[in-house]
Design a protein around this ligand. Sequence first.
Ligand code: DDH
Length: 288
Amino acid sequence: LEGKPKAPFVPRFENYQEVYNHIAKLLEEHDDYDDGSYGPVLLRLAWHASGTYDKETGTGGSNGATMRFAPEGDHGANAGLKAARDFLEPVKEAFPWITYSDLWILGGVAAIQEMQGPKIPYRAGRSDRDLSFCTPDGRLPDASKDHSHIRAIFGRMGFDDRAMVALSGAHALGRCHTDRSGYSGPWTFSPTTLTNDYFKLLIEEKWQYKKWNGPKQFEDVKTKTLMMLPTDMEIVKDKSFRKYTELYAKDNDAFFKDFSNAVVTLFELGVPFEHPEDQRWVFKSSFD
Ligand code: DDH
């Protein structure tokens, strides 16, 4: 005789909080990477998984985790993100019930919160899809381009000017790597803590072309240690973008609020959730 059939395991908030805690612990343990944290590259993975979304066709977005496969993983914009995917692999092994697509986004949420950013409310429900769902190359922004490119790329995802500027504030974090994008250096002096310094520096510092053999980028005149991409400079040059850059430079709370809202939207693009919008989960950070 058979026993009672085992009820299928349906993970709940507590289970995802455990995954969050595991990621937070690994972030703390592996402080020998880059500027002392995998946080920035984890955020970039979540963003590049999401930022392929096209509102017209409903294709792309974080549902699917199709960057696991060669066509998308090999797109130039995704160079170096293997470091983030490999970082999360032991987490997937420890919690095999979570999908890669939910895990990568949870990695981005944990990265932001653990780097002292705002809370990023989260919904689970992404499923992993096969390589036929890989998006074509060219959906992510090209740093050498101008405001019309930024508006075309982020407009395709459904964002307005204000959200575009708020999202750009992620460049308070991390750095450029010559062996990944060809660009070099960090945007701020505290690349593992989320602040509005990116906006402050854009407004307050003087920027000049960096003289080097690499692609066109900017350096701060004063210390020559910080960088801006051509697309970063657009958010002070373009009048409508500049309004928000000035706002966020003055008001970190306004930045955090708009950044959180825009990131929640970004991370959910194209995902057919069963879980209602008004019941997102807010994870406890390691320092709460
Ligand atoms: Fe970015 N980004 N990004 N970015 N990004 C790079 C690094 C990081 C652009 C280009 C680059 C966003 C928007 C844009 C992060 C988050 C976000 C690098 C360097 C380039 C180039 C990569 C390397 O060499 O390793 C461009 C262009 C845009 C644009 O808006 C036009 C957004 C919206 C986000 C986000 O998270 C919401 C983060 C974090 C990094 C640092 C990664 C690291 O390894 O450090």
